[in-house]
Ligand binder design. Structure first.
Ligand SMILES: C[S@@+](CC[C@H](N)C(=O)[O-])C[C@H]1O[C@@H](n2cnc3c(N)ncnc32)[C@H](O)[C@@H]1O
Length: 280
């Protein structure tokens, strides 16, 4: 059986779109109909199921983390990412944002520690980049440490993140001096993040649409995922990200997905041509 032999009617296709949207927020029907159709046909072919009428019940019994629905969502997630994606942003985080977060946290008193969250981290490059930035920025302030919580809905992407080993395209924006400092060479032409950075990163499965959010976060990056959501879903996620932040905590979303609605209690902070959102 080839993907072309699979039978997909309009109504059943819409039903799959709805199941995926409810479970993950991803609005594949509107944003990527051809991609969804292709992935769906390939998946059904590999399972030997030749009609959506036969496939749909397989999605019914699970949540986004498990079973066939989990498998399908894995296939629909695009883990496109690389280290220091948006160099200017990471420089702004290192030179301006992290020092400001330290100042605010010091004024509040309590633990001398920053918590950063890479939400929808895909295969982990963003999370490890943040850990490197934290390490660099905090080395200048005695007695402070930081950690990174890295989450994604895709178990498959998180498994790659756990290896911390990457090749080629992941390194397109890594400065040679940073590459020498933070990576070791690994078998098969890969390079691996050094243990001192890996140890700062905790990887966890988390669905932005349906799971509980962490609290006490100083800085959250949630980039290049809201664009797959409908406006109302994206706004709900933004409100919950705001609630996860400490007062004065910062939120970074993708430059192409700047807020389409107002999020009460967040103000803009423009640095180096980037928009950082700060909790009032
Ligand atoms: C294009 S990647 C973005 C990676 C990284 N943030 C960056 O900007 O380089 C989008 C990620 O969003 C994840 N994703 C999609 N829906 C999600 C959800 N409901 N909860 C958490 N992650 C989700 C996908 O698995 C994918 O890894």
């Amino acid at each position: 059986m080839t993907p072309m032999d699979v039978e997909i009617s309009r109504g059943e296709y819409e039903a799959v779109v709805e199941v995926v949207r409810r479970a993950s927020g991803m609005d594949c029907g509107a944003r990527r109909p051809d991609f969804l159709l292709r992935r769906l046909s390939e998946r059904m072919t590999s399972l030997g199921v030749d009609s959506l009428a036969g496939y749909l019940p397989m999605l019914a019994a699970a949540d986004a983390a498990r079973g066939e629905l989990g498998e399908l969502i894995n296939l629909l997630c695009i883990p496109e990412t690389f280290f220091f994606r948006d160099e200017e942003l990471f420089e702004a985080l290192r030179l301006r944002v992290v020092p400001e977060l330290v100042r605010r946290a010091a004024a509040r008193g309590g633990a001398r520690r920053l918590l950063v969250w890479s939400a929808a981290c895909a295969t982990g490059e963003e999370a490890y980049s943040l850990a490197m930035v934290l390490e660099e920025a905090l080395s200048a302030v005695l007695g402070w440490s930081g950690s990174v919580l890295a989450t994604d809905i895709s178990a498959q992407s998180l498994a790659v993140a756990r290896t911390a080993a990457y090749r080629g395209g992941s390194f397109r924006q890594v400065l040679p001096s940073w590459a020498a400092r933070w990576f070791t060479t690994a078998p098969g032409g890969q390079r691996k993040v050094v243990d001192s950075i890996r140890n700062l990163v905790e990887l966890r499965r988390h669905n932005l649409v349906s799971d509980l959010y962490p609290v006490g976060v100083d800085l959250v990056l949630c980039r290049n995922v809201l664009m797959y959501f409908r406006n109302a879903t994206a706004l709900g996620v933004l409100e919950r990200l705001r609630d996860a932040l400490v007062p004065g905590g910062c939120l970074v979303i993708g430059e192409a997905e700047q807020m389409r609605g107002e999020v009460v209690g967040m103000e803009r902070w423009h640095i180096a041509g980037r928009t950082i959102w700060r909790k009032a």
